[in-house]
Design a protein around this ligand. Structure first.
Ligand code: IPE
Ligand code: IPE
Ligand code: MG
Length: 247
């Protein structure tokens, strides 16, 4: 399958809604947390598979603003798994020249998580290969809200005027400032919704939904998603005829 992928048309940025851990565990008669633990192998495969193809950014929706409303034991376990995963994965990221970044309200995370994230980001800061963006305590509406506040502060301080507010400025005030918009979004587990992920950035993203539950996600599923993406015609409002390369 990997051979069928057109190397000249690889998305620069892939966004992933990693869903279905709880159901994966429940199917096995286990606790939901067991599913979260088994999500790490899928994360590793998604990162490795993307890096192999030359993807520049992979954004992983790991914990949403709304996920804070889950039972405390589950939230605590997720935070522990996060710390463990960072500790385990940073050496591999160093080996593979991968940079770690985050988006979301990371100040709201427990101190141990904040510390590990800070260290992981610092350590991998000068890596020039792919960037792994972890969305933590993230939601698209939260991010847009933050951006609006930043812009208002700039206007109030006199740094800019109303005339300066445009789409570039808004994009530059989002947590994803400087990153390309995702060309492809993958959501696992059969749910067909965005769940407050990258609301601004997904405006023209190709959406790909698969029934695979996240802990079962492997490189071949990533390859399937990229192949499906490569079959899409991205028109950006134009007609099909307009975007066909003229011979
Ligand atoms: C995704 O799996 C992981 C997080 C949202 C943290 P879920 O925990 O949502 O699993 P399901 O959707 O309940 O199966
Ligand atoms: C979205 O999954 C958030 C993450 C994958 C981190 P959820 O499982 O929280 O989404 P909903 O609630 O089913 O829409
Ligand atoms: Mg879910």
């Amino acid at each position: 399958m990997k051979e069928a992928i057109d190397k000249g048309n690889i998305p620069k940025h892939i966004a992933v809604i990693m869903d279905g851990n709880g159901r994966w565990a429940q199917k096995k008669g286990a606790m939901r947390i067991f599913g979260h633990r088994n999500a790490i192998a899928a994360v590793r495969d998604a990162i490795e598979g993307s890096a192999e193809l030359g993807v520049e950014y992979i954004s992983l929706y790991a914990f949403s603003t709304e996920n804070w409303s889950r039972p405390k034991e589950e939230v605590d376990a997720l935070m522990e798994i996060l710390v463990q995963a960072i500790t385990d994965e940073v050496p591999t990221m160093m080996k593979n020249n991968i940079r770690l970044a985050t988006i979301g309200d990371t100040d709201s995370l427990p101190e141990a998580c904040r510390e590990h994230l800070k260290r992981g980001k610092e350590e991998t800061r000068n890596n020039t290969g792919m960037t792994v963006v972890l969305a933590l305590s993230y939601s698209g509406r939260w991010e847009i809200n933050q951006a609006v506040k930043k812009i208002v502060r700039k206007v109030v301080s006199g740094e800019i005027t109303e005339e300066d507010i445009n789409q570039e400025l808004i994009a530059s005030c989002l947590d994803t400032a400087g990153m390309p918009e995702p060309e492809l979004l993958i959501r696992t587990s059969g749910e067909v919704r965005i769940s407050n992920f990258m609301l601004w950035q997904l405006a023209y993203t190709e959406l790909y939904f698969t029934e695979v539950l996240w802990p079962d996600f492997r490189k071949r599923h990533l390859h399937e998603a990229i192949l499906a993406y490569q079959k899409r015609e991205r028109r950006f409002g134009k007609t099909g005829a307009q975007i066909k390369p003229s011979i």
